[in-house]
Design a protein around this ligand. Sequence first.
Ligand code: ZN
Length: 84
Amino acid sequence: MESCSFCGNRNIKSALTEYTYKHNGNYMIFHNLPSLQCEYCGEKYFEAKVLKQIEKEFVAVQNGKAVRDRIIVPVENFNMIDVA
Ligand SMILES: [Zn+2]
């Protein structure tokens, strides 16, 4: 990749990042995902093969494959929150 498609910056570095995959109301978090990151605006880019692998892993886990960890995530509607 030559430049960031958001800001046009040409300084792109590779970095490991966290990524949340969402599909039909189900979520899966991936740590240490290889990405390319714009040093200016922080936009992240992923290779197609990485995204494909995520989808494969997500489907495998949905079908019962064991995962390293699970978390419980709080959910709230913002318009139900009392604003002081
Ligand atoms: Zn950028």
